[in-house]
Design a protein around this ligand. Structure first.
Ligand code: PGA
Length: 249
């Protein structure tokens, strides 16, 4: 039985000071030991977020990470900078990073391998555009993203990974995929993992849905057989996130 994982993606929101205030506000609301709760925050807020979340069920994650160990990469964050302060999760290949910061399936793969090397769990994002959905190539597209993201990843590592299926047309638009649309793709991702590895790996890997998840649609989405939680943007910055995390109460 896979444990659900519900992660907030704060994107470029909240100063370090505001982060502490928001975590203090949300802490009591997201108390649910039946799910893993992760807040992925901007790099500069990771340390104060860790302090504020101490003693709670909240894990703090990063929103990005570079694939080199150290060196002349101005502005980047190295994996050991994250592990040094106790980061356990990192979002890799969010569609906004692909769109605005030139990330590709290949750089996603490098980052995924580097995260595993350092014992950080990657939350690996994939998703199609509206045009691709209308062209009927959604599943082919997602399968390609997954196959490249997992190149040279071992089955043991893959079992611990988190995949976030986020249709780009549903992100920040208020247009959620129906639970059947989301389940169709999450099931296809699980089959793809079974093809690359084996059934046991596919059974263990956790697959989230993301894209306008809110307190109203969370329970229906998370009830689907292949949806193991959510990656939540806008609603993760509000008390509503407590209702999403407690979707089963
Ligand atoms: P949203 O963002 O919930 O605001 O649609 C999701 C995401 O980008 O991870």
């Amino acid at each position: 039985m896979r444990k659900k994982i519900i992660a907030g993606n704060w994107k470029m929101n909240k100063t370090p000071g505001e982060t502490v205030a928001l975590i203090n506000e949300l802490k009591p609301l997201v108390a649910n030991d039946e799910v893993d709760v992760v807040f992925c925050v901007p790099a500069i807020s990771i340390i104060p977020a860790m302090e504020a979340a101490k003693g709670s069920n909240i894990s703090i994650g990063a929103e990005n990470m570079y694939f080199e160990e150290s060196g002349a990469y101005t502005g980047e964050i190295a994996p050991n900078m994250l592990t040094d302060v106790g980061v356990k999760y990192v979002i890799i290949g969010h569609s906004e990073r692909r769109e605005y910061f030139a990330e590709t399936d290949e750089t996603v793969n490098k980052k995924v391998l580097k995260a595993f090397e350092h014992g950080i769990t990657p939350i690996i994002c994939c998703g199609e555009t509206l045009t691709q959905r209308e062209q009927g190539i959604t599943i082919d597209w997602i399968r390609q993203q997954i196959k490249v993201a997992f190149l040279n990843v071992t089955a043991e590592q893959a079992k611990t990974a988190v995949i976030a299926y986020e249709p780009i047309w549903a992100i920040g638009t208020g247009k959620t995929a129906t639970s059947d649309q989301a389940e169709e793709v999450c099931a296809a991702i699980r089959s793809c993992i079974a093809e690359i590895y084996d059934d046991a790996t596919a059974e263990e890997i956790r697959i989230q849905y993301g894209g306008s998840v809110n307190a109203k649609n969370a329970a229906e989405l998370f009830a689907k057989a292949d949806i193991d939680g959510g990656l939540v943007g806008g609603a993760s910055l509000k008390p509503e996130f407590g209702n999403i995390v407690n979707y089963n109460k």
